[in-house]
Design a protein around this ligand. Structure first.
Ligand code: C2E
Ligand code: CA
Ligand code: CA
Length: 561
């Protein structure tokens, strides 16, 4: 595609700088048909015009011998000016020697006096303007406006050029700023941009002896193509120290993922993808700053690719099974079956049983989870109906709703469709939404939850107490059940603080009139403690592990006998 706007679309401005009127007139006459022509009688006058009203000149036609400021002097002044150095210069001369000298100094071309045929002059002008505009265009996509580092595309293009000539086992480094979105949210975009610039400068400064090139690949992610370094720990410490704080208070922290001494025959993009996998792996880990892409990660990513590839087929073949774990009401002496949670298992024909911990986070990260969740909702609803028909007993089942589902504008319609298919009411299929979804986008979560509740659905807040914003959330978010994060129950008997927290959460829930479900209860002692504190519902191995539907029936049968 030709991005050059041709002369008939709009007329560019050119400047003729010559002290002799006859020359100005003759040349002006030739150029007038294609361009808006501006005149100056010497270098100084041209310089003043360029700094004044004539900023967008596309080409200078410059005489060399002039009073006040000659052509050579103007060329060298232009080359030192950041704004004006982009303007191409055609020198008009009658001496061969001056031509060579002017080209060396930075002129783009020359026209000999007496003037050539008008067509030749016009053709030269057009060619030079086109060339210069295309170069500017390329330059503008070369660097990132915020940090001045290369852009991602340019970075990889550059690497290809380097490696065409010399192959070396370099290190691929990926840096990411921890919690960068918080910097933007708390201090605003300007501080965010300043932070990015500061990080870019610090990286360049500290890594300079080894870094070959670097870029800002996206938002707060930097790539560095780097000669091999054996130990990155001291470097990272130095970078961290130089980075200091954003706006005085919060520390800027970087994470580094490294793919070391990579095979140069591997695509550069792939090498950096691997470094990024390593970097992503330590996201949210406060004790580790540096991660290497190693064999384990390699096998993990192969495994992940396999799971992604097999997902569709697993849905079609019904290899995903829905298990059910009972929740018991413990308020009276004899525990009473209250509801169940639907939990997915993958019975892979070749890899065996895969637990959700191995594929749910993966599918959450690439959006595939929506399909899987929808499948589970359907299966769970169908099961509720079958039990209703078989036992004339309605047991409410809760299903997990992923954070991505929350942003699906069709979420409510999809759920209603499933209920309709099975003749169920909204309160028979309960929805567990994880607390951490609140951190993504509190407003949307509140909106969606409110609308679901208005439609009659019951919302259980899952993993409560696991995030930063628990208290904030519970005061703004309308919910029906609060599910205490499992780690509290696990630590309750070990440390006083967890015990106190559990008590506090149960008190708050009481105050808000919301029942608490404690998850992960395995021992009688835990149950007793929770009961004493006023916890109403228990889910855990103490009563049962998640089991297939046919095994779950014993709990129903016991209940109705
Ligand atoms: P979750 O929603 O917090 O589910 C509770 C997890 O705790 C389940 O693990 C359950 O088997 C386990 N658990 C229950 N009682 C005990 C206990 O007494 N001791 C111990 N050690 N563990 C107990 P599971 O089934 O492996 O699921 C793990 C996570 O995967 C779930 O955590 C949930 O976040 C996710 N998940 C499971 N099924 C689905 C699904 O269909 N959709 C989505 N989006 N996520 C799902
Ligand atoms: Ca859950
Ligand atoms: Ca949970």
């Amino acid at each position: 595609m030709d991005r050059f706007i041709s002369a008939n679309e709009y007329k560019r401005r050119v400047m003729i700088v010559d002290d002799e009127e006859i020359n100005r007139l003759m040349l002006g006459n030739i150029l007038e048909s294609e361009y808006e022509v501006v005149f100056a009688t010497n270098g100084q006058e041209a310089w003043d015009l360029l700094h004044g009203e004539e900023k967008d000149i596309s080409l200078l036609l410059l005489d060399l011998l002039m009073p006040v400021m000659d052509g050579f002097a103007l060329i060298s002044k232009l080359k030192e000016d950041d704004e004006l150095k982009r303007i191409p210069v055609i020198v008009m001369t009658s001496e061969k020697e001056a031509e060579v000298k002017s080209i060396r100094q930075g002129a783009s071309d020359f026209i000999t006096k007496p003037y050539d045929m008008p067509e030749v002059i016009l053709a030269r002008c057009e060619r030079i303007i086109k060339l210069s505009e295309e170069t500017t265009l390329i330059r503008s996509t070369e660097t990132d406006a915020v940090t001045g580092l290369f852009t991602r595309d340019y970075f990889f293009e550059y690497i290809r050029q380097i490696e065409a000539h010399f192959k070396n086992r370099i290190d691929a480094l990926v840096f990411n700023i921890d919690h960068f979105h918080l910097v933007n949210e708390m201090y605003g975009r300007d501080t965010g941009d300043a932070t990015l610039r500061h990080v870019a400068e610090t990286l360049e400064e500290v890594l300079r002896p080894n870094a070959i090139i670097s870029c800002r690949a996206e938002a707060d992610t930097f790539y560095v193509y780097c000669a091999h370094i054996e130990d990155y720990k001291p470097l990272i410490a130095k970078i961290q120290e130089k980075l200091g704080n954003v706006s005085g208070s919060s520390k800027i922290r970087l994470r580094l993922g490294i793919f070391q001494e990579a095979d140069p025959d591997m695509e550069a993009e792939q090498r950096f993808d691997r470094a990024k996998i390593a970097c992503d792996r330590i996201r949210g880990d406060y004790s580790t700053y540096v991660a290497y892409y190693d064999k384990e990660l390699y096998q993990r990513s192969i495994y992940h690719e396999r799971l992604i590839k097999d997902m569709e087929e697993a849905i079609a073949n019904e290899d995903f099974k829905v298990f059910f774990q009972p929740k018991y009401d413990i308020t009276s002496d004899i525990p009473k079956l209250r509801s169940a949670e639907a939990l997915i298992r993958w019975m892979h024909p070749e890899l065996g049983m895969i637990s959700p911990g191995d594929f749910i986070p993966l599918f959450e990260s690439n959006g595939l989870i929506q399909k899987v969740d929808h499948y589970v909702w359907k299966k769970a609803a169908k099961q509720i109906r079958e039990w209703k028909e078989k036992y004339n007993y309605s047991i409410a089942v809760s299903v997990n709703v992923s954070r991505i589902d929350i942003f699906d504008p069709e979420l409510q319609d999809k759920l209603k469709e499933i209920l309709k298919e099975n003749g169920l009411a909204e309160n028979e299929l309960m929805l567990e939404i994880t607390e951490s979804a609140y951190a993504d986008n509190a407003n949307t979560l509140v909106e969606v939850t409110e609308s679901l509740r208005n439609a009659g659905f019951l919302i259980e807040m899952d993993d409560f107490g696991s995030g930063y914003s628990s208290l904030n959330m519970i005061t703004t978010l309308p919910i029906d059940v609060l599910k205490l994060d499992m780690k509290f129950v696990r630590n309750m008997e070990k440390d006083e603080k967890s015990m106190k927290l559990v008590e506090l959460i149960i008190d708050i829930a009481k105050f808000l009139n919301v029942p608490v479900v404690a998850e992960g209860v395995e021992a009688q002692s835990q149950l007793d403690t929770l009961k004493k504190m006023g916890c109403e519902v228990i889910q855990g191995y103490y009563f049962s592990k998640p089991v297939p539907a046919e095994d779950f029936e014993q709990f129903i049968e016991k209940e109705i006998s």
